[in-house]
Structures are given as structure tokens and as C-alpha cells.
Design a protein around this ligand. Sequence first.
Ligand code: IMP
Length: 181
Amino acid sequence: MDNKVSVDGLTFVPYLTSAEIDREVKRVASELREDLKGKNPLFLCVLNGAFIFAADLFREVGLNNARINFVKYSSYEGTSSTGKVKEIMGLTEDIEGMDVVIVEDIVDTGLTASMMVSDLKKRNPRSIRFVTLLHKPESSKTGFVPDYVAFSIPPKFIIGYGLDLDGKVRNLKDIYVIDEE
Ligand code: IMP
């Protein structure tokens, strides 16, 4: 693991290793596999940040009859939330009667998550499960609680494993936290 990462004048230090991420992805995947037994679930990956987590999780869950589709929202500029959630690419298929599994990278204020869930509920799915790689409970402005969480973390800005700073550093295999020193 690299010691420090510099991007756009900010410094980040190691936080979660790829081995730790792998372990927690496997744990969440086995919980989901159990809960989705006998169902034909539709995974909905929230772009862009969740694309790496969703790819790993989807393969780990390992259900041949599960499908995946993608939606895209945006609320962040730089290192903070704008407080406004923009739908950039909506859902194009009918989810009535389906078991939906939303896969998100981070639940921060919870605005994106609660907006998505209330929007999807109007389309009458049979069930909605919300999975997130990271949850920052102290940042919540909505009280939204995800059903499955790989890591609960303090309200600090992080990058790597799909998470970006203005589109960069999604490629990092480990997760880094902003250095506040
Ligand atoms: P929320 O609507 O405030 O919960 O924000 C969720 C979205 O903000 C996530 O899907 C991320 O795209 C972005 N976000 C929140 N915290 C971070 C972070 O620490 N690093 C990178 N992106 C973040």
C-alpha cells in the first residue's frame, strides 16, 4: 500500500487495505446470498462511485439468476455535498414485483439514498434492499439507515476503490482518508 496519495493539492493517508475491503465484501455478499435465496433479484449499481464495489459484490453473491442495471446521481463537488441530488441517468426498466438491491458506494448525508428509495418505491417493486460499502452515520441529514453496510466510518472525506476526488483516483485498490494534519 502506498504511504500517501496527493491529488489536487490535498494529501490522503492509508485507511482501509484491499484485503480488509475484500473481507467485508465477502461478508456482505454472504448475508445477501442468504437473504436472496430463491429470488430473481435486480441489482442497481449507483454510478459512478459504486462501479468497482458492485462488480466485486455481484460476483461474490454468485447468483446466476441475478441481473444488474445502472443508475446515475450526482451531489458532490470537490470534497463536500452540494445538498442537491441530480438524477443524471434514471432507471429505464420496469421493476414492478421485483426484488431490488441498490448498491451504493457511500451513504453520507443520506440525501441520494432516501431520494432513490422513495422514487423506486413508487414503481411497486416487491422489495428494496440497500447495500453500501461505506456509511458515515454522523453526517446523516435524513436518518436514512442502509440495510447492509461493509464499513461504518467517521465523517471524513475518502478516496479509492471507485471513490473519487473530482473524477480522479477511483483506480486505487485501497481506500485513503484525507490527511487533516
Ligand atoms: P449523500 O447523498 O450525501 O449521502 O452522498 C452520497 C454520494 O456522495 C456518494 O455516492 C458519493 O458519490 C459522494 N460522497 C460522499 N462522501 C464521499 C467521500 O468521502 N468521498 C467521495 N465521495 C463521497
